[in-house]
Design a protein around this ligand. Structure first.
Ligand code: ZN
Length: 348
């Protein structure tokens, strides 16, 4: 039996929200076999839970999966009056999944709840916002969503908003692509600290990252990003950023997306697990083995064929063992580090 996997990022709520027919909640619970994950495939792959992103796509964000575009046009901003209703719909999908799961799926608010879920065979979900366009500068929506279970916020996706500037998808490019957090962004970080909400740095540009490092009292977290030294995407983290994540007791989640793994930035599948292993080795060397985990990006990207979907996770764990990682380290990467770091971030 392989280790259970707790994962730093998936976009299944977006996949379900985009469905035009039927009941997406039933599709998830019964398994529709589409995309990378649903409840039966999570269970089959030993995926015990993770961060479920509420993400409002930009208009016209419907790239063809056959394209291999390294430098797509910048994603347009999302108007706030459109993003709040869409965010409510996705949050409602997550809450309905939990309510209608017959006790098989829970939205967790504490690290202890996640531990209990893993012990009891219940899927542990974290409600996460990727790109905080639905949150107003007065932070009223943050307060309300926190009460509804929100425990993680990425202030920006790869586009600007009132809080800051996300990195546009560029290759090759430094993550230093624009100005840092706005005053509203700094207030958002402080409010998240106060409420015990994780601040996710994946998609934030480099100046924004260092602004959070200066302001935040919590460990630095990048839920789904890789090493820039190995794959020079704007979405990946410099050596200095990886070190800072380790030094603050934070975590970086290995992103499985081909374009963030491959040295040539291509979105085509690499062969086998070599790229993933190289990024893990590198990130462990800089952040430390207690500060690296997984952030699959399931249902949000194109994945190595060696993984395929959530049912391929045991093959990844076997590859780690074959690479010489001992059982203790595999357990840390699979779920141990995530749960320990969340406990510190949320304060219990
Ligand atoms: Zn993302």
């Amino acid at each position: 039996m392989s280790e259970l996997v707790f994962d730093g990022h998936n976009d299944v709520l977006l996949r379900l929200w985009l469905k035009k027919q039927g009941d997406p909640v039933r599709d998830f619970l019964d398994g529709d076999g589409k995309g990378h994950m649903d409840l039966p495939r999570m269970i089959k792959g030993g995926m015990a839970g993770g961060f479920f992103a509420i993400f409002v796509p930009s208009a016209g964000d419907d790239h063809d999966d056959d394209d291999d575009v390294l430098n797509p046009p910048p994603a347009p901003e999302v108007p706030k009056n459109l993003s709040l209703p869409v965010a409510m719909q996705m949050a409602a999908l997550l809450l309905r999944i939990a309510r209608e799961s017959g006790g098989r799926f829970k939205v967790c608010r504490t690290a202890q709840e996640i531990r209990d879920c893993l012990a009891d065979g219940v899927i542990a979900a974290i409600m996460h916002i990727e790109g905080a366009e639905c949150i107003d500068a007065d932070l009223a929506a943050l307060e309300v969503l926190h009460a509804a279970g929100l425990r993680s916020v990425g202030p920006v996706w790869s586009r600007p908003n009132i809080f800051g500037h996300g990195v546009p998808f560029r290759f090759p490019s430094s993550p230093n692509t624009g100005p840092g957090l706005t005053e509203a962004g700094k207030a958002l970080v402080k409010a998240c600290n106060r409420l015990g909400i994780l601040v996710d740095l994946s998609h934030l540009n480099e100046k924004g990252f260092w602004d959070v490092a200066e302001i935040s009292s919590a460990p630095l977290m990048a839920t789904h990003s890789n090493a820039h030294a190995l794959a020079a995407s704007s979405r990946n983290l410099t050596d200095r950023q990886l070190k800072a994540i380790g030094e603050t007791g934070g975590l970086v989640g290995l992103n499985f997306a081909n374009g963030f793994l491959r040295a040539d930035g291509s979105w085509r599948s690499p062969n086998g697990f070599d790229e993933m292993l190289r990024h893990l080795d590198y990130m462990i060397s800089l952040a430390g083995e207690d500060h690296v985990g997984f952030g699959s990006d399931f249902d949000g990207c194109r994945l190595p064929a060696a993984i395929g979907d959530a049912t391929g996770l045991p093959r990844l764990l076997d590859a780690l063992t074959g690479h010489g990682f001992g059982q203790e380290l595999v357990r840390k990467l699979a779920h141990g580090n995530w749960i320990r770091v969340l406990e510190r971030t949320w304060g219990g």
